[in-house]
Design a protein around this ligand. Structure first.
Ligand SMILES: [Fe+2]
Length: 294
C-alpha cells in the first residue's frame, strides 16, 4: 500500500525525533524514535528513556496549574499576561513538531471537506492543553466557550481567526432557539501567520466565540480553562454568522450604519458535520507534575 505523503521525521537538536504520518491531509503521530545521545536523555522509574521537557513547555504547564483554579474563576489580567508571554515564546519544536513535516508542506488540492485532527497534551478538571491540526481550507466552525478562558497560539501555518462577543452578554449561557438571531460584536477578523502572538478569549466579555479557517496547513495550541464539561453546563454551541446589514432588528439605535461591519448576527445551529475531528495520541515532550516537597 502506498501512502500519500509518507513518513517524515522532523529534525530536532535534542534526543527526540517525532514521526508524523501524513495521509490524505490527516496528520498522525505514529511513532517516536529516541536517538541515543550521550548527554540529553534521562530515564524514568522504569528505566525508559523519556524526552527532555522544553523549559517553555514546563513553564507553561506550571503556570496553568497555578492560574486555573477551576470553574467560576477567571485569570487576573497579570496572570493572562504571564501565560501570553510564555506562549509568545513557544516554538513548534517545544511540542515535538517541525515545519519540515510533510503535513505542513502539503500543497496538493484537498478532496472534499478536510478533517481536523487534535491531540491532548494534558487535561485535568481545571484546564486542558490541546493541539489542533488543520489541513489547508479546513474549518473549526464558529463555536463558544461558556465560562471559559481560551488562549490560542498558532504554532505553524497561516490561519484566519474570526471571533465575536455578545453585545448583550445577559443570559449568554442560555441556549438560543434555532433561527433566532443575536447581535454580536466582531473582536477579531484577520489572518494570523506563525510565528505570531497569542490570542485570548475572555469569559467575562460576553460570549467568547471563535472560528478557525486554515489558509495553509496549521497547528494551533489551545489552552482552555476550565475545559468543556456537559455535566457542569459548559457544552459547546455552534453558530452561523450573518452580516449586520442583512437584517434589521431595531438595533440601528445602538449600531450606526458605519459601524455595521464591526457587528454580526449569530444564529445557533445544530452541530455541523465539519466539527467532527479525529483524535491522535500525543507523543511529544510531556510536562512534568512536580509537587512541592514538604
Ligand atoms: Fe475554540
Amino acid at each position: 500500500m502506498v501512502e500519500a505523503g509518507g513518513l517524515v521525521g522532523p529534525q530536532r537538536n535534542d534526543s527526540t525525533t517525532m514521526t508524523v504520518r501524513h495521509v490524505s491531509n490527516k496528520v498522525r503521530y505514529v511513532s517516536k524514535t529516541i536517538k541515543k545521545t550521550r548527554h540529553k536523555r534521562r530515564r524514568d522509574h522504569h528505566h525508559h528513556v523519556v524526552p527532555r521537557v522544553p523549559k517553555v513547555l514546563q513553564e507553561l504547564f506550571v503556570g496553568c496549574r497555578e492560574i486555573f483554579k477551576g470553574p467560576g474563576t477567571v485569570p487576573l489580567p497579570s496572570d493572562v499576561n504571564k501565560l501570553c508571554s510564555i506562549l509568545d515564546e513557544m516554538k513548534p519544536e517545544d511540542v515535538g513538531l517541525s515545519r519540515d513535516l510533510q503535513f505542513f508542506k502539503a500543497t496538493s488540492a484537498v478532496k472534499g471537506t478536510p478533517r481536523v485532527t487534535y491531540t491532548t497534551i494534558y487535561q485535568c478538571d481545571e484546564f486542558s492543553l490541546c493541539i489542533f491540526f488543520l489541513p489547508a481550507t479546513a474549518v473549526i466552525p464558529l463555536h463558544n466557550h461558556p465560562g471559559m478562558t481560551v488562549f490560542s497560539k498558532l504554532l505553524l501555518g497561516n490561519m484566519h481567526i474570526k471571533s465575536y462577543d455578545w453585545v448583550d452578554p445577559v443570559n449568554s449561557k442560555d441556549s438560543m432557539p434555532p433561527s433566532q438571531l443575536r447581535l454580536a460584536r466582531l473582536k477579531a477578523d484577520s489572518i494570523f501567520m506563525a510565528p505570531c502572538d497569542t490570542s485570548v478569549l475572555y469569559p467575562t466579555t460576553g460570549g467568547n466565540i471563535h472560528q478557525f479557517t486554515a489558509i495553509t496547513p496549521c497547528a494551533v495550541l489551545d489552552i482552555i480553562g476550565p475545559p468543556y464539561s456537559k455535566d457542569d453546563g459548559r457544552d459547546c454551541s455552534y453558530y452561523r454568522d450573518h452580516p449586520f446589514s442583512a437584517f434589521s432588528n431595531g438595533e440601528s439605535a445602538v449600531v450606526s450604519e458605519e459601524e455595521g461591519d464591526q457587528f454580526g448576527w449569530l444564529e445557533e445551529i445544530e452541530v455541523p458535520e465539519n466539527s467532527e475531528m479525529d483524535r491522535i495520541e500525543y507523543l511529544g515532550p510531556q510536562p512534568q507534575i512536580i509537587e512541592p516537597c514538604c
